[in-house]
Design a protein around this ligand. Structure first.
Ligand SMILES: *Cc1c(COP(=O)(O)O)cnc(C)c1O
Length: 404
């Protein structure tokens, strides 16, 4: 096996440096633990950004992928494949939606949703309805269309003219949204909880309010559930918690437990918007990816992971609130729903150094926004593992690294 130093050297000469990666190389995982090439063990509290919902190497997912790989991986969308059909059917049932388009990432799901909404109005002869309203600080992906929706100007810089017809309003503010809507508004896209912005939970009733405004004004409501979906908030979708029915739901991240899969789901009223030839993707719904997705949906049910996320989320939220009380000059706010929780650090604390010290203690976490520790672990995490992770955070916050 290559040494860690060899691999870091190779990385240096082979990868584009689009990420700030610490000098370690992960090579194996099991449950909520991962190991690096030096054999060091880490507790994984962020599951590859809310992706590995079943943890690492879950036997049911391993078995589904291995046996499907041996049978059939890919035939393209020129043909149906059995797994694709079964996965789409299970997915729309879980989400309470009617039809699915399967793709490969979150950005691709949002791109597709955007196309579908514009095309829906076009099909009805409403060719002026092309505008889309998104929210400040939102994150919807890095491809050019999704990037235009993303309400963080730092991500736009240097990439030329943005997709036209997209504007942004403050998150959680129904009045601002209403004031922006008009007869050109094709769709409104909102995250039920803003993840990348730092786990921002909107005021109660916001999602229902967005949905109602959309319906009143003839626009479509897209819920970007790419981070909130797949059980993390205690229901399959965060919208389902509040009984809110979006017109379009986008999913990715946890949907296939780490195998790259995205999807957008629509209600039957929109099913005619994209007819043959109007949208497609080579890999989408391939048998291997769909088998992984099916396995994840099966385990979410059979292991009762929704209620588990809800119960453990309460425990985690309680412990994070206690950290704010214990270390007010290091942690200022705890917030979140279920197993999607954030701990906002005091402005005097160096968040990247906090992550580094946690790594030294064998704990992996990520940031949302500039200074929010984001806890989005596998839904299979144990109470003991959660406690161990939060204990490590408490140790670091006892004498937190300060910004210079
Ligand atoms: C991660 C994320 C995306 C983008 O997904 P990719 O798979 O990285 O393209 C879009 N929306 C939300 C809410 C996300 O968290």
């Amino acid at each position: 096996m290559r040494t860690t130093a060899d691999l870091l050297n190779l990385a240096d000469g082979a990868l584009l440096k689009t990420y700030k990666q610490p000098p370690l190389v992960l090579t194996r995982g099991e449950g909520c633990r991962v190991w690096d090439t030096d054999g060091r063990e880490y507790l994984d509290l962020f599951a590859g950004i809310a992706v590995s919902v079943l943890g690492h190497a879950h036997p049911a997912l391993v078995q589904a992928v291995a046996s499907q790989a041996a049978r059939l991986i890919h035939v393209s969308n020129y043909f149906y494949n059995d797994r694709q059909v079964e996965f789409a059917s299970a997915l729309v049932r879980a989400a309470g939606m009617d039809r699915a388009f399967l793709c490969n990432s979150g950005a691709e799901a949002n791109e597709g949703a955007l196309k579908l909404c514009r095309r829906h109005h076009f099909t009805r002869g409403d060719t002026e309805r092309v505008d889309v309203i998104a929210t400040h600080q939102s994150f919807h992906g890095r491809t050019l269309g999704a990037l235009a929706l993303t309400g963080q100007p730092k991500y736009w810089e240097g990439f030329g003219p943005r997709l036209s017809g997209v504007s942004h309003v403050p998150y959680g503010d129904l009045q601002a949204l209403e004031a922006r809507m008009n007869d050109r508004t094709a769709a409104v896209i909102v995250e039920p909880i803003q993840g990348e912005a730092g786990v921002l939970v909107p005021p109660k009733g916001y999602l229902q309010g967005v949905r109602d405004l959309c319906h009143r004004r003839g626009a479509l409501f897209i819920a970007d559930e790419i981070q909130t979906g797949v059980g993390r908030t205690g229901r399959f979708l965060a919208c389902q918690r509040e009984g809110v029915e979006a017109d379009v739901v986008t999913l990715a991240k946890g949907i296939a437990g780490g195998v790259p899969v995205g999807a957008f789901l629509v209600r039957s009223a929109l099913a005619g918007a994209l007819v043959p030839g109007t949208h497609g993707t080579t890999f989408g719904g391939n048998a291997l990816a769909a088998a992984a997705g099916l396995a994840v949906l099966g385990v979410l049910e059979s292991e009762g992971l929704f209620s588990r996320a809800e119960a453990l989320g309460e425990v985690l939220a309680g412990r994070l609130r206690a950290l704010c009380e214990a270390f007010p000059s290091a942690a200022v706010e705890a917030r979140g729903v279920g197993l999607m929780q954030g701990l906002e650090l005091h402005s005097s604390v160096d968040p990247r150094e906090v992550l580094a010290r946690l790594r030294d203690r064998g704990v992996l976490l990520s940031l949302g926004g500039d200074r929010v520790l984001r806890f989005v672990p596998a839904l299979t995490i144990t109470r003991e593992e959660l406690d161990r992770g939060v204990d490590a955070v408490a140790e670091v916050l006892q004498e937190p690294p300060r910004t210079r």
